[in-house]
Design a protein around this ligand. Structure first.
Ligand code: TPP
Ligand code: MG
Length: 333
């Protein structure tokens, strides 16, 4: 691992390590809550992929926007969403980021520019393009980053989004998180051609590849690309190689994986890599351990607060639902 410049390192690495640890703690404790029957639906954990969301968002401003996907907890935390409100959302409680009515795949916090997680693969891409188009029309000086899984690059909207973004030269960064799998399928076995970078380049989009487990490497390339986007150079594409350490959803026993594969990847996982870097660069073990304890403490408290929060009042069932009516069926338009 190599840090991009010496000016504010290692403070910057420590900050990113804090965020990564908070995400890890959130995902592990969310799984405990799920196993205890406190979470409806399913949860898709970001364990092993923390460096990507963390380092990309470290280069964004609060006034910038992100669009996420079904594996969105890490993106939300990295963009500054409140983990306690997120935990309440997972448990369907009052005070959740979406009032406790959306759950894991509908976490959004507009106050920090997190425009939403999303259960429909690739919809974040097209919505991200819409958001970037809106920024241009409103002459707002901000950019959008969209996170997309490797498997999702085989869906049609991926191509529509890249095409539109290039045609209108929109201020958007596409971040492909290649965690090797799409549910139970090894993505490479269902993906023609050389991969996502070549696909983005086919649209004339500058596209780059990075070790997604190396928070410094992601920080450096994301910083460069985001600056280019801010300076009016249009869409860019970042392909981050990583590995989904856990199952597709928390219940997934991963019977489709070759024996020993997960273990082989653990030596490369981003928190471990970052810890190695910090030790080699003079940060004391105690400081690292304290960051970790504080993160787990914070998330445990978030879970307690969520457990103690009431469910949303049933009179709110039909609020926050977009229903503009259908003029042809007698509704208002
Ligand atoms: C349009 C659509 N098709 C299928 C699914 C079911 N599904 C949810 S996640 C997933 C795999 C996604 O893989 P990838 O894009 O690599 O993201 P990852 O889960 O690895 O982060 C599938 C097929 C869905 N949610 N939406
Ligand atoms: Mg994947």
């Amino acid at each position: 691992m190599k840090a991009k410049n010496s000016t504010n390192y290692p403070d910057r690495i420590l900050e990113m390590y804090k965020t990564m640890t908070l995400i890890r703690a959130f995902e592990e404790i969310a799984e405990e809550a799920f196993d205890a029957g406190l979470v409806n639906g399913s949860i898709h954990q970001y364990i092993g992929e923390e460096a990507i969301g963390t380092a990309v968002c470290a280069n964004l401003k609060r006034s910038d926007y992100i669009l996420s996907n079904h594996r969105g907890h890490g993106h939300a935390i990295a963009k500054g969403a409140d983990p306690e409100a997120m935990m309440k959302e997972l448990l369907g409680r009052e005070g959740g980021t979406s009032g406790g009515k959306g759950g894991s795949m509908h976490i959004a916090d507009f106050s920090v520019g997190m425009l939403g997680a999303n259960g429909v693969l690739a919809d974040g891409l097209t919505m991200g393009v819409g958001a970037a188009q809106a920024l241009v029309l409103r002459e707002e000086n901000a950019i959008v980053a969209v996170f997309v899984g490797d498997g999702t690059t085989n869906r049609g909207p991926f191509y529509e989004a890249l095409n539109w973004a290039m045609i209108y030269k929109l201020p958007i960064l596409f971040v492909c998180e290649n965690n090797t799998y799409a549910s139970s399928t090894a993505t490479q076995t269902v993906t023609a051609g050389p991969g996502p970078v070549a696909r983005a380049e086919a649209f004339g989009m500058p596209a780059f590849d990075v070790d997604g487990n190396d928070v410094c490497a992601v920080d450096e390339i994301a910083g460069t690309l985001i600056e280019k986007i801010r300076n009016g150079h249009g869409p860019h594409f970042l392909h981050a190689r990583t590995y989904r350490i856990k199952g597709h959803i928390s219940r997934d026993k991963m019977l489709y994986r070759p024996e020993g594969e997960t273990e082989a990847h653990l030596v490369n996982e981003p928190l471990l890599k970052c810890k190695d870097w910090m030790i080699k660069n003079g940060i004391k073990q105690k400081e690292i351990d304290d960051i970790s304890s504080m993160a787990y403490e914070q998330i445990k408290e978030a879970l307690e607060a969520a457990k103690n929060a009431p469910f949303p009042d049933k009179t709110l069932t039909y609020t926050d639902v977009q229903d503009l009516g259908n003029p042809y069926l007698g509704g208002s338009s």
